[in-house]
Design a protein around this ligand. Structure first.
Ligand code: B12
Ligand code: SF4
Length: 518
């Protein structure tokens, strides 16, 4: 007998920084996991749909009809989106009590035990773990005979071709959520990379959506790059870009190779200039071995745009130090503007979290939802209102605008002989994006009425979607309460203890629980 076709909905959950129902239409980089997950379902026996809340906004607001559609709902998302997993599950289970729900990604990896209370399948492994879910929940016939990532359904990426060639990271910065999860750096086989490139077809920019594309040996990275270059030469891609660390620039051969293979930009976690004490304290020693300004210049002189973020840890860094970094950028035409500045986040399970919790530095009533870069969730050394002022203004160079614009002009002039038209354009867009955040990534947001934010976790408002807007069965109503990290006294929520304080698992898949669907 022919097997019935199954409807599969794969959602990338997301809470936008504004805490309003907006769509970030032009976000770069963007989520890849849904594309890869979709590639494991049989196209013959399954109808797969992807929904990305970064690009399309809250699903119950913008496409509520989808929630009752699937037989199997698969979700992924950043740590802060944990509550979205619950909201979407509640709606889907109310609309169709037979729906099976599986989720993985950062939010689940951060709170794997706690997540088991809500999900049928709690996946802490990598994307291919979905095969176990498919086999168990639907049957082996629903597995694809060959892995073919669903770029054809990924409406949010057109110009760029995101792919993962490695997983996790070879460094262990104490504040990084990857350190909290504790998985080993895992370069992937050539076949996996080729399958992604084959499926994405022609794209302007091939993008290594890794955490660190060169964390193993230089030779191994060169082999991966050679695969990209072969396709570039055949006309599939014009440029490539990706995430690396300072170590990439230590050997000038890497920079030369990148230039010769059409590298458009490299993104590096600089985190802090001239602050080797802080970098050492968070185990980011790789950034203080060589002078960062020199490394940046080398990259740009090779015609490659250097992109980076800065992190501000208000528990130890003073505002003077932070403003000094803005001055430093504005005073050095050889340094580009950062892509973003974000507040250090105490991700449960990280050494940074353990330390700040033990010191009583995590603000009371901090919620998992607050664990993103625009909300202060740590007790600052400076006055709270001054830090909030920085979060709202300094982070986007407000108060520095004239100097910032003059700097951008001097930066372009400084590298005029090295950067091509596309690089100049990308650099200008990056600079504009930090100056007027959201203007390019979510143009429609300008028309949305914005409620005032406090930017402090203890007092910050919740997103409107914490109030259900569709019917929700009584059993799921409490799922719209936010998940607290700390209580009113700043103590850890006991429900999260197993996850936030536990020693982490070592191998992907080790902790997946195959529960019988409710
Ligand atoms: C694209 C991206 C974004 C996008 C969109 C992210 C999204 N998913 O919605 C944007 C620009 C919005 C973004 C924002 C931020 N980001 Co970001 N981002 C990334 C980036 C570069 C790529 C993500 C990706 O697609 N990776 C490739 C996919 C395949 O891997 P993956 O999602 O990690 O999934 C793996 C596993 O988790 C598992 N998996 C995932 N889902 C599922 C589901 C199932 C069912 C299964 C079985 C398995 C599974 O399989 C994958 C491996 O095969 C990563 C770094 C990186 N290279 O991963 C950082 C990263 C995720 N971001 C990070 C950070 C810190 C931020 C910000 C806080 C920074 C800031 N500017 O303030 C903000 C937070 C914004 C918010 N509101 O919450 C951190 C971690 C954050 C966290 N734990 O929540 C990362 C890891 C960077 C880093 N190394 O520190 N980000
Ligand atoms: S280098 Fe980047 S990805 Fe790696 S542990 Fe440090 S912050 Fe995380």
């Amino acid at each position: 007998m022919a097997k019935p076709r199954k409807k599969i909905l794969i959602v990338n959950c997301y809470f936008p920084e504004l805490r309003e129902a907006i769509r970030r239409r032009n976000e770069v980089p963007d989520a890849l996991a849904p594309v890869l997950l979709g590639g494991y379902f049989s196209t013959e026996h399954c109808e797969v749909r992807l929904y990305n809340e970064v690009n399309s906004g809250f699903i119950e607001v913008f496409e509520p009809g989808l929630l009752g559609w699937p037989d199997l709902l698969v979700m992924t998302g950043l740590t802060a989106t944990f509550d979205r997993l619950l909201h979407i599950t509640a709606y889907a289970k109310t609309a169709n009590p037979k729906v099976i729900v599986a989720a993985g990604g950062h939010a689940v990896r951060c709170l794997p035990h706690y997540a088991e209370r809500f999900l049928d399948y709690t996946c802490t492994g990598d994307v291919e773990q979905i095969r176990e879910v498919i086999r168990d929940a639907l049957g082996p016939e629903y597995l694809a005979s060959e892995f073919k990532p669903r770029y054809d359904l990924a409406y949010w990426i057109r110009l760029l071709g995101y792919a993962e060639s490695t997983r996790n990271c070879n460094f262990k910065c104490s504040f990084c959520s990857l350190t909290g999860v504790g998985l080993k750096y895992a370069p992937q086989g050539k076949g996996y990379l080729e399958a992604q490139m084959e499926a994405m077809g022609k794209r302007a920019i091939f993008f290594f959506n890794d955490n660190q594309a060169m964390g193993d040996s230089q030779d191994a990275f060169r082999e991966r790059l050679a695969c990209v270059q072969r396709r570039r030469e055949a006309g599939q891609f014009r440029y490539w870009a990706g995430f690396v660390t300072d170590t990439f620039f230590w050997d000038e051969d890497n920079i030369r190779l990148a230039r010769d293979t059409g590298c458009l930009s490299l993104f590096v976690g600089v985190e802090a200039f001239d602050n080797s004490m802080w970098l050492k304290s968070v185990n980011k020693k790789q950034n203080s071995r060589m002078n960062q300004v020199e490394l940046i210049s080398k990259c740009l002189e090779a015609g490659i745009i250097f992109q980076y973020g800065l992190v501000y840890d208000p528990t130890v860094q003073t505002l003077d130090e932070m403003y000094a970094q803005l001055d430093l950028v504005c005073d050095h035409p050889e340094i580009p503007a950062p892509n973003f500045i974000f507040m250090a986040i105490p991700f449960p399970g990280t050494p940074f979290f353990h330390d700040r919790l033990a010191k009583g530095q995590i603000l009371p009533n901090t919620r998992v939802r607050d664990l993103e870069g625009s909300t202060l969730s740590l007790k600052p050394v400076d006055a709270l209102e001054d830090v909030v002022h920085f979060v709202r203004n300094g982070r986007n160079f407000r108060g520095y605008r004239k100097r910032f614009l003059a700097h951008q002009a001097r930066f372009l002039w400084h590298y005029r002989k090295h950067l091509g038209r596309d690089q100049m354009l990308l650099s200008t867009l990056t600079a504009a994006a930090i100056l007027v955040p959201g203007y390019f990534s979510s143009p429609g947001a300008a028309l949305v009425r914005k409620r005032p934010r406090t930017n402090v976790s203890s007092t910050e408002m919740l997103d409107p979607v914490y109030t259900p807007r569709l019917p929700v069965a009584a059993a799921y109503r409490s799922w719209f309460e936010p998940t607290f990290v700390t209580d009113a006294g700043g103590q850890l929520n006991p429900a999260l203890e197993d996850d936030a304080l536990a020693m982490r698992y070592k191998r992907p898949g080790e902790r997946m629980k195959l529960a019988a669907p409710a």
